[in-house]
Design a protein around this ligand. Structure first.
Ligand code: ADP
Ligand code: MG
Length: 385
């Protein structure tokens, strides 16, 4: 009885499967920090995706620059004029405003800021010097440049500094938003001086990955600090109908929490500094490998390939692992449930044999071997591609 009751297989059932599952994840570039995340991932009901850098590539570039004259000139401007390619006077005026915007954005660590600086450098537009600089989270930047007060950011920033936005400029910004571009307002000396449109490319696999998550019966939502129309345009491109836009960085975690309070198990996927609190708050935080250090640190799972397909694969892997754990426990219990009564002499009572310790030892080893072999079957797990 003692020999057969030895609970080796029971002890092996869970850790072996988790170990093989974690290893399999690593093989696919999915780094899982501990068994808990792997166990939790199969219960996920809602996946919240950050927009910039998670659904999109996070390498935005300037597509249009609209100057003050064009805004004042009424709705005649469609699509905008590229500063490099525009004719005479316009080109100079546009270079001037880009010089201020890029000058100030040099101090920014935001990808939108980089894109404006990059645009100025590519078009050989001289950057204005910075006298003072301040980043305003979730809104933009402000500062003094060559003696002028410069504001670069979204409509919330313009509101905060009481900059008047003409009907034409709002219409122009809306037009960019509908195209999935982010409109950035530029104000010089408290007067609106231009609009810069910045676009970010959606990662090639985002759409299929979101389809896969829907197939797994998981709700998918997008969360972003960007304006609602731009967010919706991108969401439509990738097939998301649940959009939470214009969220300040400090509120992202609160949004995750409100889903959890509705009884949802939530996975947050993000890459930025502003996603870190939400990653920590969620049941499973998933960081994009190319993201910031804080995001990687706060997450339970890191996707080395920065590919959303791996979110679906991680959940599938978790399901496969948990199924495997259950099979293992079934076998481990099964051997003991059948073996112990026989060892106690149940069959002997009815004229059958007693269990020799030799056979008991063999059966016990066999149960461990079967559990380990079953766990190793996980190595045949196939990722989505
Ligand atoms: P995201 O979720 O897109 O990473 P953020 O909270 O970082 O959002 O930014 C929200 C919005 O604030 C941006 O979409 C942009 O309109 C504005 N913004 C933030 N930083 C800057 C900046 N350096 N230059 C211009 N606009 C900015
Ligand atoms: Mg981001």
């Amino acid at each position: 009885v003692l020999v057969i009751a030895c609970p080796c297989a029971l002890g092996l059932a869970t850790p072996t499967a988790i170990m093989v599952g974690t290893g399999k994840g690593a093989q696919h570039g999915i780094l899982i920090k501990g068994g808990e995340a792997l166990e939790m991932a199969h219960k996920i009901q809602t996946v919240i995706l950050d927009k910039t850098g998670t659904i999109t590539q996070g390498k935005p570039h300037v597509t249009d620059v609209i100057g003050k004259e064009q805004l004042d000139g009424g709705g005649g401007v469609v699509g905008g004029v590229d500063a490099g390619g525009a004719d005479g006077v316009d080109a100079r005026a546009l270079s001037e405003i880009i010089g201020y915007a890029a000058g100030i954005e040099r101090g920014s660590e935001h990808p939108l800021g980089f894109s404006i600086v990059q645009y100025a450098i590519n078009n050989e537009i001289p950057l204005k010097p910075i006298d003072s600089f301040e980043a305003i989270v979730g809104k933009g930047v402000q500062g003094i440049s060559a003696g002028r007060r410069v504001l670069v950011g979204n409509s919330m920033l313009m509101d905060a500094f009481k900059i008047e936005l003409s009907a034409e400029s709002v219409a122009c910004a809306q037009r960019f938003s509908f195209q999935g571009k982010t409109p950035i307002y530029l104000a010089l000396d408290d007067e609106l001086s231009g609009i810069i449109a910045v676009a970010d490319v959606v990662k090639p696999t985002s759409r299929t990955a979101i389809q896969k998550l829907h197939d797994l019966k998981i709700n998918v939502a997008m969360i972003t600090g960007d304006n609602e129309r731009t967010a919706k345009a991108i969401a439509q491109l990738v097939g998301i109908d649940n959009v939470i836009a214009e969220v300040l960085p400090q509120d992202k975690a609160a949004r995750v929490k409100s889903y959890q309070e509705e009884g949802q198990r939530v996975a947050m996927v993000g890459d930025g500094i502003n996603d870190a609190p939400a990653l920590a708050q969620s049941d499973v935080g998933i960081a994009i490998g190319s993201g910031t250090d804080v995001a990687l640190e706060s997450a339970d799972i890191v996707l080395m390939h920065s590919d959303l397909m791996d979110v679906a694969t991680a959940i599938k892997l978790s399901k496969a692992t948990i199924r495997n754990v259950k099979q293992n426990l079934f076998w481990a219990f099964g051997y003991n449930v059948a073996g112990i009564p026989i060892a106690c002499g149940l069959l002997y009572l009815f004229g059958g044999p007693l269990l020799s310790p030799l056979f008991a030892a063999a059966a016990m080893s066999l149960s461990s071997v079967s559990v380990v072999s079953n766990a190793l079957r996980l190595r045949r797990f196939k990722a989505y591609d």
